[in-house]
Design a protein around this ligand. Structure first.
Ligand code: 5AD
Ligand code: SF4
Length: 450
């Protein structure tokens, strides 16, 4: 009998990838994905713990689901609730204790064991808590991915982090850094390209620290991997996210010059423009190191677009430190950037620092930084007007007759065009720029180009 599964994903692209893989792992058990918890027999909340209010959001969602579960229990209809992802990893058994409606709590490294957990929960063995880091890799025990991943697909190649930035939960929730072997990545890439993907974004918390083994047992870098993947017929674009400045090797920088499929867009978080704060964050690099990496990237690929992440109000951050961050942002000039108020994460070193920055100060700094970033993003988009950009068309847009694609620099591009060009890279004359997207038209001679 078909059972129904609803998955709600919070947080990063890696969680989105994990959600799809949980769907894949439950498909052979007869589970079909549905769009509403009301229609489901099993609900999985795939949580994120990186910033504020993750736990509160989870418990209020669980409150709503508990009601649904009670309604279903009244008609003797089983309804299972699983909490997955990084909050599950961080809080473990406490979740089931605080929310008795929860049947399964599972960390990011155990989701290949979901079918057995579901079976046990249905037998009434719950709550089941699986937050250990098992010796086997989940990647070895997952079925082939079944979900249609679209023109632009994600592929996790690396997971975990050994860097222990003092603000970050990832080393605790995702565990030690590990890279998938080259052959496994290439095989998965081939399969998703055979299903129709034209672009693959390689995912990892520290993706440029990738060091998978190749067929000869040698260590392959992310640049080696990109080169191998670029040989796959039909795969026209490769991206990767997120990178750490410390792992931005010469080899990867050169790949941006030499590998045509590698897109000129690098998400390279720096977090702060102050050396004092970078040191307190345990980032392992200086502001100058970062500036030099940016220069080398731009020398290798002059049109490379940069994106960044910033934290304001890290403990001890003064006005002068914050001014240094603004100066760095002005100098680098970002195509896109994500900025956050520092949020103390329980169990991380910075959470216990005495010199926490008051909330009002964090709000003020965030407002100033976001305004600057927005100006840069608008300027970056405006500079595309009048240029012809190769756009990979991915899907239909909101308006009839409209398609949406992406420029090499990850800008969304809206164009009136026939659906027959979905999956193709076609030159588009950019005519208008909005803060978050571009629009333009196909050049007549290119309308049916490959
Ligand atoms: N507080 C605020 N922002 C954080 N990030 C990670 N941990 C925290 C935290 N405790 C941000 C960083 C990181 C991005 C994914 O989230 O900028 O690059
Ligand atoms: Fe977190 Fe730092 Fe690792 Fe990135 S490098 S995942 S911010 S600990």
């Amino acid at each position: 009998m078909t059972k129904k599964l609803f998955v709600k994903t919070y947080g990063c692209q890696m969680n989105a990838y994990d959600s799809n893989r949980m769907v894949d792992v439950l498909a052979p058990e007869g589970f079909l994905r549905v769009d509403s918890p009301k229609d489901a027999d099993l609900v999985i909340l795939n949580t994120c713990h990186i910033r504020e209010k993750a736990a509160e959001k989870l418990y209020s969602e669980l409150g709503r689901l508990a009601q649904l579960k009670a309604d279903r229990a009244a008609i003797d209809d089983p309804f299972l609730i699983a909490v997955a992802g990084c909050v599950a990893q961080a809080e473990g058994a406490e979740i089931a204790a605080r929310a008795p409606c929860v049947d399964i709590v599972l960390g990011p490294q155990t989701y290949h064991r979901l079918p057995a957990m579901v079976e046990r929960a249905l037998r009434g063995d719950g709550p089941i808590v699986a937050t250990e880091f098992p010796p086997e890799s989940k990647f070895d025990s997952l079925p082939e991915e079944s979900a249609w991943s679209g023109i632009s697909a994600f592929l996790t190649v690396q997971e975990g982090c050994d860097k222990f930035c003092t603000f970050c939960v990832v080393p605790y929730t995702r565990g030690a850094e590990m890279s998938r072997p080259v052959a496994a990545v290439v095989e998965e890439a081939r399969r998703i390209v055979a299903q129709g993907a034209r672009e693959i974004t390689l995912l990892g918390q520290n993706v440029n620290a990738y060091h998978g083994r190749d067929a000869d047992g040698e260590v392959a870098t992310l640049a080696d991997l990109a080169r191998q993947l670029s040989a796959i017929d039909g795969l026209v674009r490769i991206r990767y996210t997120t990178s750490h400045p410390r792992d931005m090797s010469d080899d990867l920088i050169s790949a941006h010059r030499d590998v045509g499929a590698l897109m000129p867009y690098v998400h390279l978080p720096v977090q702060s423009g102050s050396d004092r704060i970078l040191k307190a964050m345990n980032r392992g690099h200086t502001v100058d190191d970062y500036r030099r990496i940016v220069d080398r990237l731009r020398a290798a690929r002059p049109d490379v677009a940069l994106a960044g992440d910033f934290i304001v109000g890290f403990p001890g951050e003064t006005q002068a430190d914050f001014a240094a961050t603004l100066a760095l942002v002005r100098d680098v000039s970002y195509a896109a950037a994500f900025s956050f108020k520092y949020s103390p994460r329980p169990g991380t070193p910075a959470a216990d620092a005495a010199d926490q920055v008051p909330e009002t100060e964090k709000v003020d700094r965030l407002t100033v930084l976001q305004r600057l970033i927005e100006v840069q993003q608008r300027a970056f988009n405006a500079a595309s007007i009048g240029r012809e950009l190769p756009v990979l068309f991915a899907k239909s847009g909101r308006h009839p007759g409209q398609l949406v694609g992406r420029s090499p620099y990850l800008q969304a591009v809206h164009v009136d065009a026939p659906t027959s060009i979905i999956g193709q890279v076609v030159p588009v004359m950019i005519e208008r720029a909005n803060p978050n997207s571009l629009s333009g038209s196909l050049r007549a001679r290119n309308a049916d180009a490959a």
